[in-house]
Each structure stands twice: as C-alpha cells, then as structure tokens.
Write a protein of this length. Structure first.
Length: 293
C-alpha cells in the first residue's frame, strides 16, 4: 500500500507541473505572436531606411558623418549583451553568453579597453560566476522593449562615439531569422561604416538617382544616419525578445510532452502496484477461508 501511495503522490506532483508548463507554453505562444509582429515591422522599417541610405550612396554625393567614419585607433570598446530576465527558455541565454565571452576575450587580447554592458538578470547572474564584471546592467528591458527605452541607450552611444569616448560598439544577441530559426550572433553597430545595401533584399535593382535636397544633403544625412543606427539597435532588442519567447515556447512544449509521458508511466506503475495489492488481498482471504475449513 505504501508503494501505491508514493506513486499517487508523485503522479499528482507531475500533473501539477504539467499544468504549469502547459500554461507557460500558451503564454509564450501568445507573446511570441505579438513580438514577431513588432520584429517584422521593425525589419521593414530598417530595410526602408537602408534603401534610402543606399540610394543616397548611389547619387555620387560627397558628405561625411562621424558615425560613418572609423576612428584612427580602436582603444575603447563597448560590448552589449542581451539576455532574458527569466529562465525556462532552453539554451537561449547560454548561446548568447558563450559568443559574448569569446568576443570579450578577443577584444581584450587585441589590447582594447572593453566596457561590458549586460541586459537581463540571467546574464547578470552568469557573470557572478565568471572573472568578469559589467560596467552597466539593465533589467528594465522586458519582452516588449519600447523604442523610447532603446533610444535613450542609443543616444548615449552616439554621443560617446562622436566625442571619442568609445571607438567600437558590438552587440551580442539572438538574431531572429524565422519562426523556425534563431541563432546567437555578435554584430558591430559602430562605426556604421560606408553606406551600403547590406540589409536590402538581394533582388533590389541598383539604380543611380539625381536628388534635389531641401535642406542640404548634409542636414538630411545628419538625421538619417543616427536614425538608422537607432533602428538597428532597436531591431536587436526586438529580435532578442521574439527569440526568447520562441525558445521558451519550445522548451515548455518539450517539458509538457515529457510530463505526459511520465504521467503514463506512473499510471501504469500504479495500476500494476494496485493489481498486485488486490491479488495479495484475495490470496489472504482465500487462505483465511481455507484455514477455517
């Protein structure tokens, strides 16, 4: 009887866990759909800005912007790492943190002063077990990062780069490619480099345009280039948010399926234990009846 009771207790615990994982799976699915819509809209916006910048680069104009120009030497770098505030999302954080540590070591070995900035409680906790300290930590970027929050961060990076306080900005995050493919990546956002078509579609037809500018081309560029950088950084945060929800959705789905399998095994064990107990009781009754005869 004791064995059957232990199985019942464990079966109840597994069913409760299954309810939790199933609920988290449904929540992650709902958040994923919303996050994917935002990421898709941001991707389209970023692509249009890139197309506009590409058109300007085809117009044979001579203009300059500090964010486009690489500094003579790279001494001070910033590495921004985007992780999640919550766990139960599979290997989402480990993939990003592994790449981030590799890039951090590469920059250190090249003789640069690297300022490490971490977004997400999981990344912050991870650093406690490493010989690395973060200069800045952020925990307010949830699964719905706003443009205003990212704009504040991006504006600081722009100011520091123009003033020469930093010479490079790398961002480690999980890149959203499709609903079935996400991969950890480290991209350099500053300096932006030459105006190019890296984010435009492959079938875009390259055409040179003649423009009339009002106001001047330099004034327009002063608006477009910072906006393009902010859009790219914002897209990194949105990609990280949607990738986190996908990872959590997949992890919770797997956990729910494992719980279903365990419930089946425990139910079978309970039935066998119960049958054995009933058989034992019947044998005792038969034995007692035979003794009375």
């Amino acid at each position: 009887m004791a064995k059957a009771r232990a199985i019942v207790k464990r079966l109840k615990a597994v069913k409760n866990i299954r309810k939790i994982t199933r609920t988290m799976e449904l929540i992650a699915t709902a958040r994923f759909k919303k996050a994917m819509d935002r990421a898709s809209e941001a991707a389209a916006y970023t692509q249009k800005i890139s197309e506009l910048v590409s058109d300007l680069s085809q117009a044979n104009l001579e203009f300059h912007h500090p964010l486009l120009e690489k500094h003579e030497s790279e001494k001070n770098s910033v590495l921004l790492v985007l992780t999640s505030n919550r766990g139960l999302c599979g290997g989402y954080n480990s993939g990003v943190l592994k790449l981030a540590l590799n890039r951090y070591k590469e920059l250190k070995q090249s003789g640069q002063n690297v300022r490490l900035e971490i977004s997400g409680k999981r990344g912050i906790s991870f650093l406690k077990y490493q010989d690395t300290s973060a200069a800045e930590t952020y925990t307010h970027f949830e699964d719905r990062p706003t443009y205003e929050e990212v704009d504040e961060l991006a504006s600081r990076y722009i100011t520091e780069y123009i003033e020469g306080k930093i010479d490079r900005l790398d961002v480690a995050y999980t890149e959203f490619i499709s609903s079935s493919k996400q991969q950890a990546a480290v991209h350099s956002l500053l300096p932006i480099g030459a105006l190019d078509t890296s984010e435009t579609t492959a079938d875009t037809i390259t055409t040179k345009y003649d423009y009339e500018f009002l106001p001047s081309a330099q004034e327009i560029l002063n608006e477009i280039v910072p906006t393009a950088f902010k859009a790219r950084l914002f897209k990194c945060f949105l990609d990280a948010a949607v990738s986190e929800q996908i990872s959590r959705m997949v992890a919770m789905k797997g956990a729910t399926e494992n719980a279903n399998e365990m419930v089946g095994l425990l139910s079978a064990q309970y039935n066998r234990a119960r049958q054995s107990q009933i058989t034992s009781e019947i044998l005792e009754i038969i034995g007692g009846a035979a003794a009375l005869e």
